[in-house]
Unconditional design. Structure first.
Lengths: 171, 436
């Protein structure tokens, strides 16, 4: 009789490899787009979906892009009735255990506020490229879109961001 | 501050924020993800499972769309008068008449409405008489009252546009004007689509016109009297009939039913009766309100009626006059483009489960529908924000004021012609004018 544990263990190893490849970009993109709470949950949902559909995910050209979409669906459902929270500053963040992160973000409140005015994709593009230092191709892969599309989101996001921050600085 | 300083500063601030986000949202251990997997349950979209008959109709429509192309779908019958106008009519409309309300500032929404039982997806908004407190009354299509409230200074301007039942930030339920779902036809006062037929009224000449996907139009029916104009015309769910509103002398509203194949028309009540065309019930019966007035007779007892256009049988569902049809939007907040796609997929019977979900807020849309067994991804945005993705394997179509991009959700190289067929099917129910 076959040992049922062995295939699961093998599957887990394969899945760990997938997670290692896709998780950082996926999590960063979803957190940037939808905030810490919703983005983290969406990442977990997307990866859980990947575990359930591992064969399909392995056969994909760009699993990151696909899982971004799965995560988006989850995030939109969660965020349907709420505005985007400034990343790292969810309601009641004082007791959220974010520690130094909150202190650092709280010292620059204008930036999260300006980011909150961008679309989710613009936010993700701006943070992936200018915050995390991703190349345009890497960021496009994470967001499941072409480089030209990514470039558009990035350019629009930066224009809005500069305008908002510039106006705040002038005020 | 000079731009380059701002950029340097911005990069530094974004990098610091990124580090903070990594700390605040650390990676989830693999075993926790696996443990979570069994607990994740995705709900299908509300109302996403179409009736079996609609699926069959949708598949048939898609096959037709694939065979004949989008434009032909709008040209329904060769027997129609053939004086095709190149491009939309440009003469300014005489304009629809709007109830004149002086000295009253119109409220954006009604006062609070109290629901007495579960609200149907669509129904009739009636206005009780002064003896009954002038209340707004929400009815289902059997005439049963499901809610009641105060107008609070609000009234409907355009019965053809319909009203939304929505929840406010404070949780109150109110009624307000629905956004126009059809792209306008320049020079025409009103345009509506249904069952693959797109009709326009108030296009200068007193005619109801059928508008094709390329923007050309042909007359369906002419003036209903020596004096007056057509305010609007609404196609039936199967595209076989048009319910049209004539505004006669003395601004008397007279509702007509027009055969979409022949252009033959007849007054729903009588040519002299005060009758308001409200739209179509989901079962294909026309909804008409009639009442006595300073002008016009009262051929039928005042009230709200459902009229079967094929048999001409009528059912009086309420003694109340009605203002418009309502749509329950309390649970589903959607922008205009989402609603257009929603209606198109519903009309075609295309399932929308399994991938994507409409955006909520903003002007853009990302959603999916099932076509020929494939999940077709659609992103749509106002044309002012068109983003090209050359070489992406996607298909972009500009129709009316919206750019639609079609792709397949989980296969990077879709079967030959799939996206073209899927887009042709959907666009045939979006009732917009295709860009060359």
């Amino acid at each position: 009789m076959a040992d049922p544990v062995a295939p699961v263990a093998g599957r887990r190893t394969v899945f760990a490899g997938v997670v290692g490849r896709v998780e950082p970009g996926l999590r960063r993109a979803l957190v940037a787009a939808y905030g810490v709470d919703v983005g983290s949950e969406a990442t977990a949902d997307a990866l859980a979906w990947a575990w359930e559909h591992l064969d399909r995910v392995e056969g994909m050209d760009n699993p990151r892009g696909y899982l971004w979409r799965v995560g988006q669906t989850s995030a939109r459902r969660a965020a349907r009735h709420s505005r985007w929270e400034a990343p790292g500053l969810p309601a009641g963040s004082g007791s959220s255990g974010l520690g130094a992160a909150v202190d650092e973000i709280a010292s620059d409140p204008a930036l999260p506020a300006a980011l909150a005015r961008l679309t989710p994709r613009q936010r993700a593009a701006v943070l992936l490229v200018h915050g995390y230092g991703y190349t345009l191709a890497e960021a496009a892969g994470a967001l499941g879109c072409g480089v030209s599309s990514l470039r558009n989101h990035l350019a629009r996001g930066l224009v809005h961001l500069r305008t908002t921050l510039g106006a705040d600085a002038d005020a | 501050m000079p731009d380059h300083d701002l950029d340097l500063d911005l990069d530094r601030r974004l990098a610091r924020l990124a580090r903070s986000l990594d700390e605040a949202a650390p990676p989830l251990p693999v075993d926790e993800i696996i443990a979570r997997a069994g607990k994740v349950r995705r709900r299908p979209l509300a109302g996403s499972t179409p009736p079996r008959l609609l699926v069959a109709a949708g598949a048939m429509a898609a096959t037709v769309a694939a065979a004949v192309g989008v434009t032909v779908l709008f040209d329904r019958d060769g027997s129609r008068p053939a004086d095709v106008v190149a491009g939309p009519p440009t003469t300014p409309s005489a304009g629809p008449t709007t109830p004149a309300v002086t000295g009253v500032e119109r409220a954006d929404a009604s006062g609070p409405v109290t629901l007495e039982r579960s609200l149907p997806a669509t129904g009739v908004l009636s206005v009780a008489g002064p003896d009954d407190g002038g209340a707004l009354v929400l009815l289902d299509f059997s005439g049963s009252q499901v809610g009641r409230g105060s107008p609070g200074g609000w009234y409907t301007n355009d019965p053809d546009r319909g009203v939304d039942v929505v929840s406010t930030d404070t949780g109150a339920i109110v009624v307000r004007e629905a956004p126009p779902l059809r792209d306008p036809v320049p020079g025409c006062a009103a345009v509506h689509g249904g069952g693959g037929l797109r009709v326009a009224a108030g296009c200068g000449d007193p005619e109801v016109r059928v508008v094709s996907a390329d923007g050309t139009s042909t007359p369906l029916t002419g003036a209903a009297g020596a004096v007056g104009h057509w305010r609007y015309a609404i196609a039936s769910p199967d595209g076989a009939w048009v319910l049209a509103q004539w505004s006669a002398e003395c601004e008397l509203p007279v509702a007509y039913l027009v055969d979409a194949r022949t252009g033959e028309r007849s007054a729903v009540v009588s040519e002299t009766a005060h009758s308001t065309a409200l739209g179509w019930a989901p079962d294909g019966r026309a909804v008409v309100s009639t009442a006595g007035g300073a002008c016009g007779d009262t051929a039928w007892e005042a009230g709200t009626y459902l009229v079967d256009p094929d048999s001409d049988t009528r059912t009086r569902i309420s003694p109340l006059q009605s203002s418009a049809l309502f749509t329950d939007r309390r649970q589903y907040v959607a922008n205009r483009i989402e609603r257009m796609i929603d209606q198109a997929t519903a009309e075609l019977g295309f399932a929308r489960e399994g991938c994507g979900e409409p955006d909520h807020g903003g002007e853009n849309v990302f959603t999916c529908f099932t076509f020929e067994g494939h999940a077709i991804e659609v992103s749509a945005r106002p044309v002012a924000e068109v983003i090209d993705e050359p070489g992406s394997g996607r298909l972009r179509v500009v129709c009316g004021s919206v750019s639609y991009t079609f792709g397949e959700f989980d296969i990077s190289r879709p079967p030959a012609g799939l996206l073209e067929r899927a887009s042709a099917a959907l666009l045939s129910r979006l009732y917009c004018t295709l860009e060359d």
